[in-house]
Design a protein. Structure first.
Ligand SMILES: Cc1cc2nc3c(=O)[nH]c(=O)nc-3n(C[C@H](O)[C@H](O)[C@H](O)COP(=O)(O)OP(=O)(O)OC[C@H]3O[C@@H](n4cnc5c(N)ncnc54)[C@H](O)[C@@H]3O)c2cc1C
Ligand code: FES
Ligand code: FES
Lengths: 478, 765
């Protein structure tokens, strides 16, 4: 079950025969690089954060990922950077490390390398420095000791002191190396990566593959030990299904587009500018960097955010079998029962598409979780309304977390269609939606709560989209 | 002055147990835990698991050569279950294999049959069924029964506070190495090296001197590794003993969360009596502590609840009763604050309810009753150098809080969707182990012939900066730079009979021991220098690694002095011991000067609640804290901020959920949420009251635990905002105040406290 994988680990070329289902955290720690820590092995603490550099348009593009969930099968041809790869020789500290020392932004130290890596990743990828963005780049790192305020202050030191880094993006790595943020060997990574032959294995379709793996951020949480014994079809680096494009009044999204790529894409933001506010509500930056649309829709979780999102846009999924025969299924018919989809075992999702809505249209996404960020939703919901002359000409509403499957609220849609919006209509629709839902009690909330929350999120859609029609005062239930 | 460990931290070079290079032949152990929370083991089938290639052994209680007993305070806890299981995931067997992967695979093949017994998870149910860990404890001061008649208001109610998972980022773990002559070295991630040594010695049935325990540092402890690091170390030692090979046992996060205890959840009844002007006359309360399956540290935790029942208030008549309820959950254990937060939560809940009934802002009641100099606590000690009022007043003044409150009221009148809330939280926390005998520590300081220095104490470094503080003390005492001093790992062969690093006392106790050791060395060195320079002793000092005469540097440098002193055959090594003076506590009358001193402070907290969705964000935490004279402001501020956020987490996001079967539902980081970087309030302003501690080492005060209790204010700030949306409503008080509970309070009637809501809240009496 081993495969030959080549990549650069810090300054060292690795050419190894490994089980591609092993996660890179184990690989680096087994290779004495113990600065990268294991805090949870489920993507939720960030102690294992490393950077992955990839050649894109003749540039090395770095992003942070959780090494505890990232399979070796996904690192071929890339640059993997751990804290040891950031350290300057001797005892000299990088400006980020120095800022952490000055602010006392490390206590027990267990989380610290992860934070330093995330912030270094931010400097490597940001176009200009901004304190808020710097903070967001660490949204996947948990520190139990400091409470984070000192870490925020350390980041602010960097963003204010080095704000002149702005705009020097042509030779970014050179600049960062000059300031001591990264060692000089970074300057040669581009050339070294370009010499690694592209491996073919990720496109391998034959064999009795048991699992499709895309970003792995779901599978390696659920069943890492099973993965070690399975044959795997890696999709993540397949360029054919990594795209976001507009075609004939539709938007098409390849299944291995990452959540980050989708939520930051120019096309999506053009049509759905409010999307910008929702980006950080999905997982954390390293999760958004690895999690894909295909993985989100196909793990078939009833509370997937991208699932809610694309279901609310009434998308259609395009599947391919071994022989590349295509089959289309509307998302609202895709989910059959808990974690079961209409996809056959040998099929995989190539892409999805949806119609660009007709103006005027209104779009909103809502998610509430116990912790606002880096948390799975208790309930989420997406709405898309098209109107003509104040009449609802089309509407789609999804609701996650309130049923065994991601819900498409059919009855509520039918009820609203061709009607004029009013407080009473909205109240009736919300009541109806509440009746379509059948939540269960679990760690994310009691059933009663989830039902109430769904109703509140639906009100929230309307209050945000139609503030002239309805306000919170109209929604108070006694 | 820097915390030198931090330089290695930021480079990822600090080593934790899992980072150590293991010798060839090391085996890996995984723990097999009970699938049932209570029952009798009928059959345990290990055959299939044993047959897996790479499995070296599967160890159960029959393999224990010594005692299968790890209870510290009460001997009621087995290392490995023999015939009965008392909580879900109670350890039953240890699978030892060539790799962790194989060990886990094999553990999944173990089969067990259990006859199911009744499972109890709630403390009041356990109490009703008379399942107690030990008899109830009662602390009493004044005359409560007589006081009620003088009260204008008597507020009765109940409230709950939830558990809290420590979530130290480094999970529990140990590495045991068999050495020659039947001795063992155990490297453990523990706050209590001696506890580990004692447990391992009991389990292996060998004397303590055959077990050396070493602790490098901890990736967080928070109390979770005070007593509960010992079982895993004991297990690793047991495996190493049986297999004669080094064995590493690191709990994966899931196992750590399911197998270890947490902060004790409490369910409490209170009765508070007040005069119409807000003066509190009497408090009676009963605390039903959810102790879990065995005693662990529960009795000591409960005592601290009783000590701190009145928080920073002077209440002349107090009777508080604590009940340790035995449930089928992992034994709950020490957690930063150690029962203090649970006690303070109850008095704050009672005051909040009183404010609703009396129509008087809670802060007026709080302020009116703050402790004054020489006020007597209900356990007989008097408040000395009391800074309760001072910190409150300075907080009021420096943060202009009443202007802020007016601004909040204005905001709330103009906003329907968002409401802001605020709360004050004063604290008073006693410093010393309440078990007096534990207030002892030792230190060893070595000077080598080249002038370099090492020290080691009983203190365990877990990020609280204790070693940096001790280094500062030694550096000041010897007049040498930090760079010349190296910290050695805590080790039972260097410092015997150590108390755990806990109760915020690490720097006080060990710092004092190190100070004494340093002063012994300093005396010898000064004598030696006086002799060398032929100058009077009293005119000699050492500064910046140079011997000074009347404060002026001489030719004699530190390293030269050291060498000459050595050549004269004078010892360059000193060991010293410290025991806190003047403290005592009578456990029969429950009276005494239990604490060496108290820490005071006041916080003001603001929050914004999204009333559409029930979510919230803390905006400001403003604190005037009594740090004493700080040895290191960066470290002390860091401790305060970290503790405050942990306290706010306990009050809000962090929800430990067990189902009726005793299964932990919040058993992953994806279901148990701790504060993240977004949670941090934008305006976190912790100020130093700035007065030295007259009895503290170098004027300092302990810092680890007290600020956590400011977090309690977070609960009431949210409730204050919710009430701005639903005026007149009164709610049941039950932490954590999750977004779920907030939304339910905003829109449903299920958690309404009808007794008080039905009262119309008016200005007059
Ligand atoms: C810490 C953390 C936070 C998270 N936060 C969120 C969150 O906020 N919101 C949210 O919605 N989710 C969240 N998730 C869940 C997860 O990240 C997402 O579901 C993610 O989109 C999965 O994508 P992936 O590519 O990593 O999936 P993978 O693990 O690679 O695959 C998931 C499943 O989909 C299948 N699959 C993948 N690609 C295809 C394909 N092209 N065709 C057919 N089947 C395919 C796989 O076989 C597997 O069954 C979080 C996960 C973690 C670990
Ligand atoms: S180990 Fe926690 S995110 Fe990877
Ligand atoms: S410093 Fe301990 S977890 Fe961050």
């Amino acid at each position: 079950m081993t495969r030959n994988i080549k990549f650069i680990l810090n300054n060292e070329f690795i050419n190894a025969d490994v089980n591609p289902a092993g996660v890179i955290l184990d690989f680096i720690r087994d290779n004495q690089l113990t600065g990268t820590k294991e805090g949870c092995k489920e993507g939720d603490c960030g102690a294992c954060t490393v950077l992955i550099g990839e050649l894109k348009n003749d540039e090395v593009v770095y992003k942070s990922i959780n090494s505890c969930l990232f399979p070796l099968g996904n690192v071929h041809g890339k640059h993997v950077v751990t804290i040891e790869g950031i350290n300057q020789s001797g005892k000299e500290l990088t400006p980020i490390q120095q800022a952490f020392v000055e602010e006392g932004a490390s206590q027990c130290g267990f989380c610290t390398p992860g934070f330093i890596i995330s912030l270094t990743g931010y400097l490597l990828s940001a176009e200009s420095l901004d304190a808020k963005d710097a903070l967001y780049s660490m949204d996947g790192n948990i520190c139990r000791c400091t409470g984070h305020n000192s870490i925020i202050r350390a980041a602010e030191r960097i963003t204010s002191k080095f704000n002149k880094l702005t705009g020097q993006s042509e030779n970014k790595i050179q600049v960062l190396a000059d300031y001591g943020f990264v060692p000089d060997y970074f300057l040669h990574i581009k050339e070294r990566l370009s010499k690694i032959d592209k491996a073919e294995f990720h496109r391998e379709v034959n064999g009795d593959s048991t699992y499709f793996v895309s970003g792995g951020s779901d599978l390696f949480v659920q069943i890492p030990d099973v993965m070690m014994k399975s044959t795997i079809k890696f999709l993540y680096d397949n360029p054919e299904i990594k795209f976001i494009r507009e075609e004939n009044g539709h938007i098409l999204i390849g299944s291995t587009s990452t959540v980050n790529e989708v939520l930051n894409s120019k096309i999506m933001l053009t049509y759905f500018p409010s999307l910008f506010n929702f980006i950080e509500l999905f997982g954390s930056l390293p999760i958004r960097n690895s999690a894909t649309i295909g993985g989100n829709l196909n793990n078939a979780s009833p509370i997937g955010d991208m699932t809610s999102f694309f279901l609310g846009l009434n998308s259609t999924i395009v599947l391919a079998d071994r022989d590349d025969n295509l089959r289309e299924i509307p998302m609202r018919d895709y989910y059959l029962s808990y974690k079961k989809t209409a996809r056959n075992g040998d099929e995989y999702m190539k892409y999805l598409y949806f119609k660009i809505p007709t103006k005027p249209y209104y779009f909103n996404f809502e998610k509430v979780s116990k912790r606002t960020y880096l948390d799975i939703a208790s309930v989420n919901s997406t709405i898309l309304i098209e109107t003509s002359d104040d009449i609802i000409s089309d509407v789609h509403i999804s609701a996650g977390g309130v049923s065994a499957i991601p819900l498409y609220l059919r009855k509520t849609r039918d009820f609203l269609l061709n009607k004029t919006l009013s407080v009473d209509l909205i109240k009736d629709a919300v009541e109806m939606a509440g009746n379509e839902a059948a939540p269960i009690s679990d760690a994310r909330g009691a059933a009663d709560y989830k039902k109430l929350l769904l109703k509140r999120l639906l009100f929230s859609h309307f209050i945000k989209l139609f503030p002239e029609i309805i306000s919170i005062k109209d929604t108070v239930i006694d | 002055m820097k915390n030198y460990d931090i330089i290695n931290h930021v480079r990822g070079e600090s080593q934790f147990i899992d980072d150590l290079n293991v010798p060839q032949g090391t085996l890996f152990a995984t723990v097999y835990g009970s699938p049932s929370a209570h029952g009798k083991i009928l059959n345990l089938d290990l055959s299939e698991a044993r047959a897996i290639k790479g499995v070296k052994d599967i160890i159960t209680y029959v393999d224990i050569p010594g005692q299968n007993q790890i209870g510290g305070i009460i001997k009621d806890e087995e290392l490995l279950a023999e015939h009965e299981v008392h909580f879900m995931q109670m350890p039953i067997a240890l699978v030892v294999a060539e790799s962790e992967f194989i060990a886990r695979e094999a553990a999944r093949k173990i089969k067990i049959e259990i006859e199911q017994y009744e499972v109890i998870t709630e403390p009041r149910e356990a109490f009703a069924k008379n399942k107690l860990i030990a008899p109830p404890r009662v602390f009493e001061g004044g005359n409560v029964d007589a006081a009620w008649a003088q009260c204008d208001y008597i507020i009765e109610g109940d409230c709950d506070s939830g558990g809290q998972e420590h979530l130290y980022l480094e999970t529990q773990g140990a590495f045991a190495i068999p050495l020659e002559g039947g001795t063992f070295k155990v490297i453990s991630s523990t706050q209590g090296p001696t506890a580990v040594q004692r447990v391992a010695s009991n389990v292996l049935g060998i004397p303590m001197n055959k077990i050396e325990v070493e602790v490098l540092r901890l990736g967080g402890g928070f109390g979770g590794k005070e007593d509960q690091a010992s079982p895993w170390a004991g297990m690793a030692a047991l495996c190493a003993y049986k297999l004669k090979r080094p064995v590493k046992l690191i709990l994966p996060r899931h196992d750590d969360m399911r197998m270890t205890g947490k902060r004790h959840p409490y369910s409490s009844d209170y009765k508070l009596g007040l005069k119409a002007d807000g003066t509190i006359l009497a408090l009676e309360a009963t605390y039903f502590q959810n102790s879990g399956a065995s005693a662990d540290l529960s009795p000591a935790v409960l005592d601290r609840t009783l000590f701190h029942a009145a928080n920073a208030y002077h209440i002349p008549n107090v009777r508080v009763t604590g009940v340790m309820c035995k449930t089928n959950l992992p034994s709950n254990t020490a957690f930063r604050g150690f029962g203090g937060p649970q006690g303070k939560f109850v008095i704050e809940a009672a005051i909040f309810k009183a404010s609703e009934v009396m129509g008087m802002p809670a802060y007026e009641i709080q302020k009116k009753n703050l402790l004054k100099e020489n006020d007597e606590f209900h356990f007989g000690q008097k408040a000395k150098h009391c800074r309760a009022r001072l910190s409150w007043e300075k907080m009021e003044e420096e943060f202009k809080v009443y202007d802020r409150i007016s601004a909040i009221e204005k905001y709330n009148s103009e906003n329907d969707l968002m409401k802001k809330g605020y709360a004050f939280m004063p604290i008073c926390f006693g410093i010393s182990f309440t078990n007096t005998l534990m207030n002892q520590a030792s230190a060893l300081v070595n000077i080598y012939t080249d002038g370099s220095v090492t020290f080691t104490t009983a203190a365990v470094e877990m990020g609280q900066g204790v070693n940096a503080k001790i280094k500062e003390i030694i550096s000041r005492m010897l007049g040498i730079s930090h760079d010349s001093i190296k910290t050695e790992p805590t080790n039972t062969s260097r410092n015997a009979n150590t108390s755990p690093t806990a109760a915020s006392s690490g720097a006080d106790l060990n710092g004092n021991a190190a100070k004494i050791a340093s002063s012994i060395l300093r005396d010898r060195l000064l004598r030696s220098a006086a002799e060398e320079l032929k100058l009077p002793l009293y005119e000699i000092s050492i500064k910046d690694e140079v011997v000074c005469h009347k404060g002026e540097p001489t030719e004699l440098k530190w390293h030269e002095l050291i060498l000459r002193t050595y050549n004269k055959r004078i010892s360059l090594q000193a060991q010293a011991f410290y025991a806190t003076p003047n403290i005592f506590f009578d456990r029969v009358t429950n009276k005494g000067d239990a604490f060496f001193y108290h820490v005071y402070g006041t916080a003001y907290i603001e929050v914004t609640v999204d009333c559409l969705k029930g979510t919230y964000q803390f905006n400001a935490v403003k604190v005037m804290h009594d740090f004493g004279e700080s040895l290191n402001e960066v470290i002390d501020r860091g401790q305060a901020e970290g503790a405050i956020i942990q306290g706010l987490g306990w009050m809000t996001l962090e929800e430990v959920i067990y189902n009726k079967d005793g299964r932990l539902l919040s058993d992953l980081l994806s279901t148990y949420k701790v504060p993240d970087i977004h949670f941090a309030p934008e305006d976190m302003d912790v100020r130093f009251l700035g007065l030295p501690n007259p009895v503290g080492i170098m004027g300092t005060k302990a810092i680890g635990e007290p600020p956590l209790m400011y977090g309690i204010g977070g609960y009431f700030a949210i409730m204050n905002a919710v009430k701005a949306f639903r005026p007149g409503a009164s709610f049941k008080i039950s932490s954590p105040y999750t977004a779920e509970k907030v939304l339910m309070n905003l829109y449903s009637n299920v958690n309404i406290d009808e007794k008080i809501s039905s009262l119309s809240v008016t200005e007059e009496k």
